[in-house]
Structures are given as structure tokens and as C-alpha cells.
Design a binder for this molecule. Sequence first.
Ligand code: 5AD
Length: 353
Amino acid sequence: MKALIDRLAGGEILTLEQWQGLFERRTPQDEIYARNLAREICQQHYGRKVYLRGLVEISSICKNDCYYCGLRRSNAQCQRYRLTPEEIFESCREGHALGLRTFVLQGGEDAWFTDARLCEIVRRIRRAFPDSAITLSLGERSRESYQKLFDAGANRYLLRHETADETHYGQLHPPELSLSHRMDCLRALKDVGYQVGAGFMVGSPHQTARTLAKDMAFLQEFRPHMVGIGPFLPHHATPFRDEPAGGLQDTLFCVALTRLALPEALIPATTALATLEVSGRDAALLGGANVIMPNLSPAGVRKKYLLYDNKRAFGSEAAESLRLIHRALAQIGREMSLSRGDHISIAAKEEHT
Ligand code: 5AD
């Protein structure tokens, strides 16, 4: 499979059959080959830098009922909370004081966060920290809503596509959610002008080499600026409680292939991967990933934002996590960057304006 991996790295668009073949027939040597090539290509574009994003988990309330997620509305055991606009702002302020220049407001689909309320929050952060990027990760909203939030000052939006296969999408989600609507949202976000993040879980129930092939083909076609990939991890209060977790090697392989397919993408070493295996984070950063998202949420709510069991935390407060990250990166020969870390295409554009 090395020849095919080289062609991918050379910019070739692979067919579904080729992608599927990669997933079905790759050997451990192919995986190592892909990861080393991914690291090289990442360094060609972004050097040794690893970009940090301060993550603020603004609400554990969600109207959706996704079968895999611990925040699903049917989970009566989930401790629900919602940060106040003041708490959200304070979390960003703390992050900014520590040097972070990207804030990610992430949460369940919580109807309290109307456009008006969110826009006010975004405007306040934008005014206070004009040098920072604001990323939203708040699920499916209308195009008008995405537009208003963009106009208020948001720059980026994370919305994992979850799976690019219609049948598989239906096996992970209740009938009121659809792949086509998800894709409409992703296209709208790009249209509006956001840097857009897509992504999926590795090893989710009913995933196959074929559905993974569709994920990769989708990424190659849609070309998101950011791609979040982590293993599926079971949560005890969901219908998938007894399903096995996704594999470490499988996840690392997907991260590496994503780097080869999208050389300029910003790809996080996800918390789910680090939860599966502590060394997973380093391995991802040495195999194509170049982003880490330390948690800025107030300590009191962190244990309430549980998408899966045993979520790993690096340090109990933001300052400590930054120190730990700095040290961990130095040990693997990478450099912690506190810059905004825009996608190359955007960073280039802004230098010219
Ligand atoms: N395991 C791993 N990842 C999960 N997510 C949700 N539930 C789980 C789980 N049980 C991911 C989804 C979602 C993102 C916020 O977290 O891909 O888009």
C-alpha cells in the first residue's frame, strides 16, 4: 500500500475503492509509513508548531438524542449545567491572560443560547480580545444564525460530520437527524466564510472500511480547514454502553491519512484519543496532528461535560495544563504556539489586507 499512500501524499484524489482498500489491507508497516509521511508533510506547512485552543464547555444541555453521546437528552443521569455569559467571558479572559489566542465555545444544542444571546457573548469576546480567534462548536443551526454569529465576530466553527454514509448516520442518530441536513450546515458554514471543522469518530458501532472510505472521500472533496478525529468511547448511560471502544492504531491511521489528504489542515490530538491511551496524544502529534485543546471550563463543571466515560483531564486548572503541555511538547521535539494558528490560506489572506 506504500505506493498508494505516496500517491495520496502527492495530491491524488483517491476513489472509494482505493480508500476502502487502504483500510482493509494496510499492514502495521503501512501505518508507520503513513504516520512518518504525515509528520513530514505537517512540518513542511506548519513547522514544529503545535497550536493551542482554549476550550470552554458552555452547556451540557442538549436537545438531541445521539446514541453514542453521554449528553443525549435521554440520559437522566447527566448533570446538566449552563455557564452564564459572565462565566463564559471570564473563562476566555483567564485563557487570554495565559496567552491563548483561540477560544472554542463548545456545547450541546441548548435552546437557551438564542442568536441574540450568543451574538452578545461573541461580540463581547471580540471587543475585549480583538487579537483572538473565536471558534464555535454548538451544533446545527440555521444559515441565518451562522451568519449573525459570524457578523458578531466568530471566525471558526466545528461541526463533525460524524459519518459520511447515510445508513451509518442513521445507525448513530435518531430519525429526526439526517446526514443531508448535517452536510447543508457544513456547506452553509463555509459559504458564510468560517474556517470550518469536520470530523468523525473511529470505531463507532456499525462503522466499516466502506464507511471510513466515504469519510475520507468526503474530506478530500469538502476540504475542511480543521478535522477532529477521535476514537469512539462508550458511555455507560447510552444505548452503545456495551460497544467496544475504537482502536488506537486505527485512529492514528485515520489522523495520518487526513494529514496526507489535507496537507494544510489543522488537526487536533483529541481528548478522546488521550483518554483511550495517554500516549495517544503524543503519537497523534508525531503522526500528523498539530493542535491541542486545553480545557478552560470552570473546574466545577468539567465532570459534568461527559460525552464518554473516564474523560481524561490534563491538570486541574488552565495554567497548569499549559505548563504540562509545554513540557510534553518539548519532550517530543515540538513547540507550543500561542498564536491564533489560522489555516494557512486564511493567514496568508490576512497578511495581504
Ligand atoms: N466517544 C467519542 N466521541 C464522542 N463524541 C460524542 N460522543 C462520543 C463518544 N461516546 C464526539 C462526536 C461529537 C464530538 C463533540 O464528540 O463526534 O461531534
